[in-house]
Ligand binder design. Structure first.
Ligand code: ADP
Ligand code: MG
Length: 731
């Protein structure tokens, strides 16, 4: 009755108040979060074990296992009005049934179903004798499925169906939620257990951790966010939509209940990252200073003027590292924007303080390149290079000089962070990620960074450099724990690279083009890609290509570099290319990062369709570094898929890494782009960082508000939404 309900509501409000004031430990114990799923009917140890695969451990998890879409089974669609692509509930009588044989022994069972408005074909590829008997002429069926185009009329492949007898067949009263499921856990089970929990949801055991006053604090009066339903209502509506709910709006996630929940999820992700940041910032770091004279002395040694963007970013870094709080900064700049020299400017401060700077590059070639550069800018003896290729005595020797503090600039690959590498006084850590984001890698590194240095318990300042500009939504989600600088300007005189897309059928023309470029004293790259993961095969392919090109191009000096060559050999080839003893450098994708030869003005990428957009953009950035007009030829193997065509044309149309990254995100999705698909770091339950990007400013405000005014809400919110994927569980 109404009186009962308002009693309940009063109680719920009372309970919430108590829990908010943290007085009622008893309620906390009874809270859904602390009750195992095994208290539910029908859930024993075996089922509980299966539910774990869906990250469902407790009662709260059941509620936060949200439907991924909805189906409308509330009304029967007359066959005559069934539309192509529509998911619908239909009813009809079987007029005719037959088995059709297609090629290769494939057979299918076809049932012709009609009502008094029209007809449709049901097609089954898998069926048994009993089913076949069931689906006999005259049988009345109710089916659910998606209408597709058939040979003569609309067709439904493998519909769910139910034989209708005289009186049965109650139709669903509301939309059907479809849950993410896993092997051994079916919709019916998920529906049954959520039903049980939902029936007790009003008892105050689902705690709303979004603080009261939050919405008022961040949204304008009169905005619809202020009218968001409370948590209990939102959760109930999302699991069991009202009978008049609109299926399309639900599937777009645009109902108020859904918005309320996805906002909370985004806030939880943001909080998780901010928490990592706060934990690091609790530590102390060495305060570093650079005088104007020292800075001027450094810049006067450079053969170019720093761009305004570079100067601005250097100033931001200097401000950070002058503080005794550890810097956590991401520098984002397109390929060729000049990030290396920015890191070098930071190194001056480290050398001044007598400390050590570690610079980690993603590949050996790039590490070597940095090493060459830094030796030009700083005292050669202060620089060391450490890669996986260093073994035995040589490695021991290097490790000893790092430990003794004899070297101050230590450049390397991830070999830098192996267990036996100890720094004497590491004060700044630079990670040059290029486009290989890898959030998990960054977190692992952070652990390595937590060295006590200089006899004091300090942590190093951290600078992360990334080449592919990250769309804002991604940066907010993956890097919310970092301050953010952008080098949004290329050095003067750079001309945008012209990109052309040609099929391998026009290989001869491409060869001609290389020949004439080299005749003019320009240099070129030929990049080989191979779909196989095998490095061996890739290197073999490059060897074959180099040989063939050598034969075809008589007056062109061809060189080859690939990943299986010795470090010295690689370095030698690259430096011969630099000194123009080689005109055409054939390479595997190893040159993607690190080779910096301004005179190279042409790049040909074979089988370009096999590479991701970000990688192609990165490769293309190897040319166009001088003042000459450069070109990049993307050669593909016809026929090109629709998606492939789209990707190639994006590169042809723009040189802006930002646009490329955004399109990449659209075409591949955030999991792929960030490389976090396996780690689950970016997996969201209801939010979608691309679709919901518009929420980010408010999410940021909300997260700050919670940390400031309601810090006790942080952990429960993060636990609720991220569970095991929580970053500070791992760090
Ligand atoms: P990124 O790592 O951002 O892709 P690099 O640091 O490798 O770029 O710089 C690319 C090239 O541009 C290098 O040859 C570098 O010496 C040069 N460079 C850097 N800054 C400038 C500048 N302000 N003006 C001219 N050339 C520059
Ligand atoms: Mg670089």
């Amino acid at each position: 009755t109404t009186a009962d309900i308002s009693m309940k509501q009063a109680q719920v409000a009372g309970d919430a108040a108590k829990s908010a004031s943290q007085e009622a430990a008893q309620i906390a114990n009874e809270a859904f979060e602390y009750q195992s799923v095994q208290v539910l009917k029908g859930v024993g140890p075996a089922v509980a074990e299966k539910l774990k695969r869906l990250e469902i451990y407790n009662i709260q998890d059941v509620l936060f296992h949200l439907p991924m879409r909805y189906e409308d089974r509330t009304r029967v669609t007359p066959l005559g009005s069934l539309q192509l692509g529509q998911q619908a509930l239909i009813e009809g009588t079987i007029d005719h049934s037959e088995i059709k044989f297609a090629g290769r022994g494939r057979r299918s069972l076809l049932c012709y179903l009609s009502d008094n408005t029209g007809a449709v074909v049901l097609r089954f590829f898998h069926f048994n004798k009993a089913q076949q008997n069931n689906l006999s002429v005259g049988t009345r069926l109710r089916c659910f499925g998606e209408a597709r185009r058939g040979a003569t009329r609309l067709e439904i492949v493998h519909p769910e169906y139910q034989v209708l007898h005289a009186v049965d067949g109650v139709i669903e009263q509301s939309l059907t939620p479809i849950y993410p499921r896993t092997e051994g856990v079916h919709q019916t089970l998920l529906k049954k257990i959520s039903e049980q929990v939902l029936s007790t949801i009003n008892q105050g055991r689902l705690i709303d951790w979004l603080p009261r006053g939050l919405l008022e604090a961040i949204f304008d009066a009169g905005s619809k966010q202020r009218r968001w339903p409370d948590l209990v209502t939102a959760i109930s509506q999302v699991h069991r939509p009202d009978s008049d709910a609109d299926v399309d709006r639900l599937n777009e996630c645009s109902t108020l209940a859904q918005q309320r929940l996805l906002f909370e999820e985004l806030v939880a992700h943001q909080l998780s990252l901010l928490k990592v940041r706060m934990d690091i910032r609790k530590n102390r770091a060495l305060s570093l200073k650079v005088t104007a004279d020292e800075y001027a002395a450094f810049t006067s040694k450079l053969p170019f003027e720093l761009t305004h963007a570079q100067q601005r970013v250097i100033a931001e870094i200097y401000a950070d590292i002058s503080s005794p709080q550890p810097m956590l900064r991401l520098v984002q700049g397109d390929v060729g924007s000049g990030k290396t020299v920015v890191a070098a400017a930071a190194a001056i401060a480290v050398i001044n303080a007598g400390g050590q700077i570690a610079i980690m590059a993603p590949t050996e070639i790039l590490a070597e390149q940095h090493y060459v550069n830094f030796r030009q800018w700083f005292d050669e003896d202060a620089c060391a290079l450490l890669t996986g290729k260093d073994k035995g005595r040589k490695r021991e020797h290097k490790l000893a000089s790092i430990l003794a503090g004899e070297v101050h600039i230590i450049i390397g690959t991830h070999a830098l962070f192996q267990q036996d590498v100890h720094f004497e006084n590491l004060v700044l850590l630079v990670v040059d990620e290029q486009h290989r984001f890898g959030v998990h890698q960054r977190l692992a590194l952070r652990e390595k960074g937590q060295v006590s240095a200089g006899g004091e318990n300090r942590v190093p300042h951290q600078l992360i450099m990334t080449a592919t500009p990250i769309p804002r939504s991604l940066a907010m989600t993956a890097y919310a724990d970092l301050d953010y600088s952008v080098i949004d300007e290329l050095p003067a005189g750079r001309k945008p690279v012209t990109t052309v897309v040609v099929s391998t059928a026009r290989r001869d023309e491409v060869i001609q083009r290389i020949e004439s470029a080299c005749e003019k004293g320009e240099q070129a790259y030929w990049v080989c890609t191979l779909v196989e993961e095998s490095e061996v095969l890739q290197c073999q392919a490059a060897e074959v290509a180099a040989q063939q090109l050598g034969n075809e191009l008589e007056n062109v000096r061809v060189g080859l570099v690939h990943g299986r060559m010795k470090q010295q050999q690689k370095q030698q080839i690259v430096s011969r290319f630099k000194s123009r003893e080689i005109d055409l450098l054939v390479a595997t994708t190893v040159i993607e990062v690190g080779v910096d030869v301004p005179n190279a003005s042409l790049m040909v990428i074979e089988n370009a369709e096999r590479l991701g957009l970000a990688q192609l953009h990165q490769l293309r950035g190897r040319v166009g570094r001088g003042s000459k007009q450069s070109a990049c030829v993307l050669m593909y193997q016809a026929p090109l898929s629709e998606n492939g065509k789209q990707r190639m044309s994006i590169l042809r149309e723009t040189n802006d890494g930002f646009k490329v990254a955004e399109k990449d995100l659209e075409l591949r999705g955030p999991g792929e782009v960030l490389g976090t698909r396996q780690t689950g770091l970016m997996q969201m339950r209801i939010a979608d960082i691309v679709r919901d990007e518009c929420w980010f400013p408010d999410v940021k405000k909300a997260a700050r508000y919670i940390i400031r005014h309601h810090p006790q809400s942080v952990k429960p919110l993060v636990r609720r939404w991220l569970g095991k994927a929580d970053r500070f569980v791992n760090v």
